[in-house]
Design a protein around this ligand. Structure first.
Ligand code: HH2
Length: 357
């Protein structure tokens, strides 16, 4: 992008605001847009003014508000919960707890029963400082889990969390619906060729490699830098043969980011809807939540994680990657009742008055 590129950030509001357009086809809306250029003060404008202001304004507005196609057979008109299944000895939040295939299968089935819409299976920790794992080791960790889930009759769609093309290929052949790559298809030179095989691909922003990424992360303007990086990776994936409608984007909270970077990304998240892809947010149990809440032990950051997930929902994120599925599903049930899809509001109102009667 050029230095005078124009960025649009829809300001999320209730979906039934009289002038609101739907935010990325979900229950939230937006009636105002913050228009900005790097290094200049932003302007707040009515969304309806955008088409007349920018040559591509009508298209950009349509991208911010348009419904996304389903992912893994799931309609994205409400936030979906992706449950984390780490088959690793060293993950930051639950390392070693589900390290054997049997334990991981049991954990995945429990998350599915708790209401996970998607199960994200990973065999390599990408926590800060983590050492890489060989391809064979990763395959040996994740494939028995995918096969075990299928044998157990689990119908919850599976996502494979990997930076390796061979692992993605094997998992997709075994039925995985999403290739979730924290390197946005940059780590393995084969990944761009493997990506079109996946029904959906998640492109996540990370600065640097897990081993060194927290050493001294720097950005000119973290929100716009992440936006532009993801826009470039969307273009690369489309050029490699993955239709835009099958791409998911993710700002990569905690991946080469300081506290202030994570906070700025969370606050400005809705700008990423301009990329026209479903938005995935993974904040669960991460260190910045520990810093903000004062809770040192990752597994004890459940309430902080739920608060982060609800913030993502309010910014229109369609997929929330979480460890604590039951707690998140419970919170989202209430959130969804208070923020129903616009088409359902009449019905919800009627139900409420019936309950009062
Ligand atoms: N975060 C982690 C791993 N994979 N994928 C996406 N798309 N977005 C994320 O934010 C994300 C991710 C890190 O969390 P976890 O899996 O719990 O830890 P570890 O990498 O140590 O296994």
């Amino acid at each position: 992008m050029t230095s005078d590129a124009v960025y649009l950030r829809p300001l999320p509001c209730a979906g039934d605001h009289p002038r609101a357009l739907p935010l990325a086809g979900g229950p939230m809306g937006f009636a105002e847009v913050e228009l900005s250029r790097r290094g200049r003060p932003p302007e707040l404008l009515p969304a309806a003014a955008i088409p007349a202001l920018l040559p591509d304004g009508a298209d950009r507005l349509a991208r911010l508000s348009g419904a996304r196609l389903p992912v893994a057979g799931l309609a994205l008109t409400r936030p979906r919960v992706m449950g984390v299944v780490n088959v690793t000895p060293d993950s930051f939040s639950d390392g070693g707890r589900h390290g054997t295939a049997l334990a991981a299968i049991g954990h995945a089935l429990r998350l599915a029963a708790e209401g996970a819409d998607i199960l994200d299976i990973g065999g390599e920790s990408t926590r800060p400082g983590a050492d890489p794992v060989s391809e064979q080791e990763e395959l040996d960790r994740v494939m028995p889990v995918l096969e075990g889930l299928a044998a157990a009759g689990c119908t919850t769609p599976v996502s494979i969390d990997t930076r390796k093309a061979a692992v993605a290929r094997a998992a997709i052949a075994a039925g995985a619906q999403i290739f979730n790559d924290v390197s946005a298809l940059t780590h393995d030179p084969e990944s761009l060729a493997a990506a079109p095989l996946a029904p959906a691909v998640c492109l996540m922003h990370a600065q640097g490699d897990p081993r060194t990424m927290q050493a001294d992360p720097r950005y000119d303007d973290v929100l716009r830098d992440v936006h532009d990086y993801l826009a470039g990776r969307v273009r690369a994936a489309v050029a490699a043969g993955v239709p835009r409608a099958r791409l998911i984007v993710d700002p990569g909270i905690g991946f080469g980011k300081r506290l202030e970077h994570n906070v700025a990304l969370m606050q400005g998240l809705s700008m990423l809807h301009g990329l026209g892809c479903p938005l995935l947010l993974g904040v669960s149990r991460k260190r910045f939540l520990g810093t903000l809440s004062g809770v040192a032990v990752a597994a004890e950051r459940v309430s902080a994680s739920v608060a982060g997930a609800l913030h993502g929902a309010a910014q229109g994120a369609q997929i929330l990657r979480v460890h604590d599925v039951a707690a998140t599903v419970q919170a989202l049930r209430v959130w969804e009742a208070l923020n129903p899809p616009v088409a359902d509001r009449q019905t919800a109102g009627e139900t409420a008055s019936e309950e009062r009667a």
